[in-house]
Ligand binder design. Structure first.
Ligand code: SF4
Length: 443
């Protein structure tokens, strides 16, 4: 090991995984380790895996496999598989990958520093998979990537049993952090200069702490914290949506006007097979309430095509719903069987891959045309934009509207971290471009 050991983390999957990686990075940094991007040059490499789709899980395995020669060159390198696949497969992963040293589940990543020490001290390979019933106590030192926006866990796990989803097996039962603890974390973030928080949970709107505070109470409490400008949250579940949550979203000025409400299918029989516990009529009603309360708000969703037994006519309902609701954005997926779920283990997976690809292609085409139309309608309007940093190409700056649309603006790093008014001048399906109206008046 060199004097200053270096670690690298490769993260797959959702924002919760991103934040778990920030927590692990914070823990390793307290041991004097420096983070680098290149896993082949690191002394400790963590793969934070996702099991929601087959592709993400296997990409993580392939990447871990590709480190074999780096490990031969540096036998002291410690390689760990963490996250949902680790929780799900445990010891099996050590058998599959003889060069892996450590398998760390979704309750154990909060002691990654100790686990790495133990492997180094004993030279033994290790599986750390605690019982999912065990409460998770979070360390308070995540190494957040940005100094402006912070993820904040408000709850863990999921009590639903959607038939396609492996998350309840890998993340356990729902547990909500006490409201006071979350408020204290956000106050600390505000004091450090963070201006936007994104509240994370599998079903944020089923948040309920031991003192009976619900998601509406939490939003109102965070809205009152000085120094915080913007509050986002993900993911909401239509099953748990209540008028009081939607009212709080509309009432709290710092809560952004963007609702991500995953519907998954436009057909009631498919929703029943998925065990989503709502129907399209209920979903439509929720969207109606949201749009009445937040007329300028944006709406996004998740959609699965090719769920077992989904017929072409049922898929047409998904297209019809897409046309009716006119989402600003959709995250669209082909159904991917996950071992251990009801859909994979006991349903007829009779939609062929070719049919799934065809349905996905048609849905994407429709959604892209709607996103483009909605974005073009923004041309000429003025949006409040929080400038986050350089654009991907690096020659402009990039920010987000309150409705969570990406906006490119000309300017330099003096705009970063400021809220500015931007008049939209160009639009594509996924991005807007505009001119800053009053840079000096920014916060
Ligand atoms: S609500 Fe359903 S899809 Fe979401 S995490 Fe829970 S089981 Fe999975």
């Amino acid at each position: 090991m060199p004097d200053s050991p270096r670690f690298s983390i490769v993260t797959y999957g959702c924002q919760m995984n991103e934040h778990d990686s920030e927590i692990m990075a914070g823990l390793l940094a307290t041991r004097g380790m420096a983070r680098i991007e290149d896993p082949t040059a690191a002394d400790v490499v963590l793969f934070n895996t996702c099991t929601v789709r087959d592709g993400a899980e296997h990409r993580a395995y392939a990447r871990a496999e590709s480190l074999k020669s780096a490990k031969r060159a540096n036998p002291e390198m410690i390689i760990a598989l963490c996250g949902c696949a680790a929780q799900d497969k445990g010891l099996e992963l050590l058998e599959m990958f003889p060069h892996i040293d450590l398998v760390v589940g979704t309750r154990d990543y909060v002691k990654i520093d100790q686990l790495v020490d133990e492997v180094r001290r004993t030279g033994q390979r290790l599986v750390a998979i605690d019982d999912l019933d065990k409460p998770l106590s979070l360390p308070t030192i995540p190494a957040r990537k940005s100094g402006l926006k912070a993820f904040v866990n408000i709850m863990f796990g999921c009590n639903n049993r959607c038939t396609f989803c492996i998350v309840p097996q890998t993340r356990g039962e729902e547990y909500s952090r006490p409201l006071e603890e979350i408020v204290a974390e956000v106050e600390g973030l505000a004091a450090q200069g963070f201006r936007e928080v994104c509240l994370l949970g599998q079903n944020v709107n089923s948040y309920a702490d031991a003192n009976r505070n619900d998601f509406a109470d939490l939003l109102r409490a965070i809205d009152a914290i000085e120094g915080i400008w913007r509050i986002r949250y993900t993911t909401s579940n239509p099953k748990s949506a209540r008028d009081r949550h939607l009212n709080a979203i509309a009432d709290c000025p710092k809560v952004m006007e963007n609702l991500h409400l995953p519907v998954q299918s436009g057909n009631n029989r498919v929703l029943r097979e998925m065990k989503r516990a709502y129907n399209i009529e209920r979903y439509r009603k929720l969207v109606g309430i949201y749009r009445e309360l937040c007329p300028s708000g944006s709406l996004s969703t998740d959609m699965i095509v090719g769920f077992p037994t989904e017929t072409e006519e049922e898929f047409q309902d998904t297209l019809r719903l897409t046309e009716e609701i006119r989402y600003d954005q959709q995250f669209m997926f082909m159904y991917s069987p996950r071992r251990g779920t009801v859909a994979a283990d006991s349903m007829r997976n009779d939609v062929t891959l070719a049919e799934k690809k065809d349905r996905l292609g048609r849905l994407i085409e429709l959604q892209e045309s709607i996103s483009l139309e909605l974005n073009r309608a923004e041309i000429g309007r003025v949006h409040e934009v929080l400038v986050e940093g350089p654009s991907r190409r690096g020659d402009d700056m990039m920010g987000r509207t309150r409705t969570d649309k990406t906006v490119i603006v000309p300017g330099d790093s003096s705009l970063a971290g400021r809220i500015v008014d931007v008049r939209i001048s160009e639009a594509w399906a996924h991005t807007l471009k505009g001119e800053v109206l009053v840079p000096a008046g920014a916060r």
